[in-house]
Write a protein that binds this ligand. Structure first.
Ligand SMILES: [Zn+2]
Length: 285
């Protein structure tokens, strides 16, 4: 029941995003302004969990400006169930508004982790997965990016200092009253994150850390830690040295595969495997 409610919540949120503008809405900005009662001396503090959430929501809106969601409640609930399972075993099991997962209607294999816990995986990548363990590997990798705050860390320090300094001045209340100006203030931060997760990709070190973390998370969650290597091998075979989508934003698949293989412990038989295989087959598109 709880998962169904969360799935419904995410769908409601998704609709808000789809129907809202592709930037940061006024309510989000006002919320940040209220919570961000900074003084000039605090202008170098890190981005808070609630700020991360609102920025991530705006980034998600931009992702949805480029690709639609798959309208399949059963698939969405299933991906959320698998995603929540790995998130709970990750180094960051909780975020300000929790983790939410959704499937984008694109045949190109790809996945995006928006700061705060909104994770998109394309239909193309779900189709490429041969079993639930491989889907869990994809989602564990994206959860690792959120746990490591890779998206939020792509906001330049100078940019965030400017945001905080402006919010810390006496004019902050005026900004809060004039949504447009405050939205402009945050747009740069949202741009930084969007370009990183969709266009340029994270650093190679961040990707390797996410792969390594995903292997540990898979094992803790009772999945086959070898699923990451199995999926990467499949990606290599399908696309070779591909140059778009996930292949553009991630290090060469062959390099990732070699490193992941060296980090993968032997799988231990799991009695849940039959159950997982059955439910994966039931949603397979
Ligand atoms: Zn990644």
């Amino acid at each position: 029941m709880r998962r169904r409610t969360m799935g419904a919540m995410f769908l409601a949120l998704s609709l808000t995003l789809v129907w809202g503008c592709a930037g940061m809405d006024y309510a989000s900005v006002a919320s940040i302004a209220v919570k961000t009662t900074v003084k000039a001396a605090e202008a170098s503090r890190p981005i808070s969990d609630s700020e991360e959430y609102y920025i991530g929501r705006a980034v998600a809106a931009r992702v949805l400006g480029t690709s639609r969601l798959v309208q399949d409640p059963q698939l969405t609930l299933y991906v959320n169930e698998v995603g929540e399972t790995v998130a709970r075993k990750s180094p960051r099991p909780h975020t300000y508004k929790g983790y939410h997962f959704a499937v984008l209607d694109s045949s190109e294999p790809n996945a995006f982790a928006c700061p705060g816990g909104l994770i998109f995986v394309t239909k193309g990548l779900v189709v490429m997965c041969g079993n639930e363990d491989e889907l869990a590997a994809v989602l564990a990798h994206e959860v690792a990016h959120i746990a490591n705050k890779d998206g939020i860390n792509s906001i330049s320090k100078a940019r965030w200092t400017e945001v905080l300094t402006t919010l810390g001045t006496e004019t902050a209340k005026q900004y809060a009253g004039a949504g447009g100006q405050l939205i402009t203030l945050f747009e740069g931060s949202i741009d930084d994150v969007f370009k990183t997760i969709v266009v340029n990709g994270y650093s190679r070190a961040a990707e390797e850390a996410a792969d390594a973390q995903a292997i540990k998370t898979l094992q803790k969650a009772g999945y086959d830690p070898g699923a990451m290597a199995a999926l990467l091998a499949k990606m290599m075979a399908k696309k070779g040295a591909g140059s778009s989508g996930i292949f553009k934003t991630h290090p060469p698949t062959g390099d990732r595969l070699a490193k992941v293989k060296s980090e993968t412990p032997a799988a231990t038989p799991n009695k849940m495997e039959a159950v997982r295989t059955k439910r994966f087959e039931s949603i397979k598109m």
